[in-house]
Design a protein around this ligand. Structure first.
Ligand SMILES: O=C(CO)COP(=O)(O)O
Length: 246
């Protein structure tokens, strides 16, 4: 089955009203390949602004939710609130959430379940650290992260997986096309074995970690690379070339 190429822009905790308007203006005025699904994730404070001004077929994602509904959870945003604000996507399990904020595989899985239950679509991030790669346990780590989700989630139709090796995030050290393809293929086999052949075939698997307009074309040639989750370069005009590299 043909999987629609997907490019996400994770702005992380970057931007101002002015700079986010200017990035979105750039996207609105660009000629974007319409066979690519594009989703940008500004910081939560700017989601409504982004929703209001983003056009050109580009959608908007949050970078996180809490796993409970509305209630006494100071500082958190619920899946229901995103739904109410017509934000249809959320990034979950990003390595910065896992490592800086101590989110466990189970917690990420419970947030994924909460998001799906509310009708949101999820960009689910997984990936190994440098130490884990050097120990040769990359596939064990990513499949452990996926297995935690599979314990709480049956329907994978609204999940896009982003493989983001931690050692490649924000370091300028991009995975080689072979390294990316090897892990993406392993993720797809795992989905086939543990979920279903249909889900394995249909699920988009994005690569993330130092993607730029210089390396995106090569990475996009790999059979199991169905798009990108872009950090730093999503804040720059080069993001448009990355979108169009499919
Ligand atoms: O973490 C990332 C996207 O979620 C990748 O970040 P960089 O593209 O800045 O390496």
């Amino acid at each position: 089955m043909a999987r629609k190429f997907f490019v996400g822009g994770n702005f992380k905790s970057n931007g101002t009203v002015a700079s986010i308007k200017s990035i979105i203006d750039g996207l609105n005025n660009a000629k974007l390949n319409n066979s690519v699904e594009v989703v940008i994730a500004p910081p939560a404070l700017y989601l409504l602004l982004a929703k209001e001004i983003t056009g050109n077929g580009v959608d908007v994602a949050a970078q996180n939710i809490y796993n409970k509904g509305n209630g006494a959870y100071t500082g958190e945003i619920s899946a229901q609130q995103l739904k109410d604000a017509q934000v249809h996507w959320v990034i979950l399990g990003h390595s910065e959430r896992r490592s800086i904020f101590g989110e466990s595989d189970e917690f990420v899985a419970s947030k994924t379940k909460a998001a799906l239950d509310a009708g949101l679509s999820v960009i689910l991030c997984i990936g190994e650290s440098l130490e884990e790669r050097e120990k040769g346990v990359t596939i064990d780590i990513v499949t452990r992260q996926l297995a935690a989700v599979a314990e709480q989630v049956q329907d994978w139709s609204k999940i896009v997986i982003a493989y983001e090796p931690v050692w490649a995030i924000g370091t300028g050290k991009v995975a080689t096309t072979a390294q990316a393809q090897e892990v993406h293929a392993a993720i797809r086999s795992w989905l086939k074995e543990k979920v279903s052949a249909e889900v394995s075939d249909a699920t988009r698997i994005l690569y993330g970690g130092s993607v730029t307009d210089k390396n995106s074309k090569d990475l996009a040639t790999q059979p199991d690379v169905d798009g990108f989750l872009v950090g730093g370069a999503s804040l720059k005009p080069a993001f448009i070339d990355i979108i169009n590299s499919a």
